[in-house]
Design a protein around this ligand. Structure first.
Ligand SMILES: [Zn+2]
Length: 156
């Protein structure tokens, strides 16, 4: 994806959330508390709520972003950079580009995404690198349910 195309597609946090929802809502997720499969979207909490028992799960749960508090836009931008930059770049450089105060969360994000890139590259890279990385980021968890999901998307 070209820089301009990225900027148009993902100009802000909201557009990233919309895309994430689109991907997450393709999954069939079973409520861990009651076994129900239908969820409400709670935009103020960025979470899904089970329609039956009200159990809540963050949209980050089960994704590569699960333990991160960084904005989704940071994750998307980093995925974009990783799939368009030929040379590797350091977490310090990334931190500078994002203008983020703390180094550690940026380092962790880059480390996780680099790991996913390695996995994808060893499977032969396709045309739509960004989309593939994004899909891997959302469905990266290796429990059985997600493995089936990833298989369907051709990632596992
Ligand atoms: Zn439930």
């Amino acid at each position: 994806m070209k820089p301009l195309e990225f900027a148009q597609k993902y100009p802000d946090e909201e557009s990233c959330i919309t895309k994430l929802r689109e991907l997450r809502e393709r999954e069939i997720r079973v409520c861990p508390r009651c076994g129900h499969k239908e969820w409400y979207w709670k935009s103020d909490k960025l979470s899904y709520e089970c329609k039956k028992c009200r159990h809540r799960e963050s949209i980050r749960k089960g994704t590569v972003m699960e333990n991160s508090k960084l904005p989704f836009l940071y994750w998307f931008m980093t995925m974009h950079l990783l799939t368009t930059t030929k040379k590797t770049f350091s977490a310090i450089e990334l931190q500078r580009q994002l203008g983020h105060k703390r180094y550690q969360p940026v380092w962790e994000m880059l480390h996780k995404l680099n790991g996913l890139c390695d996995k994808l590259n060893s499977q032969g890279s396709g045309e739509r690198k960004f989309d593939r990385l994004l899909l891997a980021s959302v469905g990266h968890v290796t429990d059985f349910k997600h493995r089936v999901y990833n298989k369907r998307l051709g990632l596992a």
